[in-house]
Design a protein around this ligand. Sequence first.
Ligand code: SER
Length: 316
Amino acid sequence: MKRILIVGAGGQIGSELTTYLRKIYGDANVVATDVRECKALAEQGPFEVLDALDANAMASVVSRYGIDTIFNLVALLSAVGEKNPQLAWKVNIGALTNSLEVARERKCAVFTPSSIGAFGPSSPKDKTPQDTVMRPTTMYGVCKVTGELMSDYYHSRFGVDTRSVRFPGLISNVTLPGGGTTDYAVEIYYEAIRSGRFTCPVPSDVYMDMMYMPDALRACVELMEADPAKLVHRNSFNIASMSFTPEVICAEIRKRLPDFTMDYDVDPVKKAIAESWPNSLDDTCAREEWGWKPEWDLSRMTDDMLEHIRQKLALA
Ligand code: SER
């Protein structure tokens, strides 16, 4: 990775991944793009307004900057995808196929995140294996499985260096996620500081895999820098670091903020999605093939989230 293009840099992952990559590879070597202007990213390094559905515009940015690696981060998340499945397919698959095609033509590597959402109710629930039944029941999941298959196809058929991880719900304190089923695990920290109470849209006892953003960012770089000779899998690796229910995260916050309270107003769409996803993933293949190892657990993440959000809201 020497000259990197981020497609969808204004989102939850992109806004932090851009800064992270710029620190490692140099500001000028990481070109951030998004459908909207992103002032903070544009002040740091090269930025272009780019509609990921415009294949010619994407190809022109890739050639103008001499790009060798594309991070395709464009996606409508699971819950919002169920409100408009046709749009979710159009956007998620449109950005994917454009990224893969431009990568084939201009010999770039491609990273497209997959998700725990690629699994479905017929997948094994606990320690879900790397290679198993994948029949998701959301449009988001259908797009993720398609993305995995298309990325592997471009690798085997055209030799494109495609790699990917199945992200758990990502928890961060920089940019809010939007329209996901795991968003509650971010919102709960903001509300704990802001109002001391939170109304949870997901049932109290549903386990989902989660990950703190610093681990997720490191995973992207470690996988893309991994020795290709060691990769048995490519699209896409299970990675895991923690799994919890709303009750468990609530109890963790209460250890630090004893007056914090939580009630429930369960959203039926999010409930159905959450219950169709694994309780926890088995990430043995990622550990063996490229040395994946998480650094953050729920307790350390909670300390860090509360501290950062406290500072952020005090400044606001
Ligand atoms: N965070 C995503 C969602 O909830 C899952 O990858 O939609």
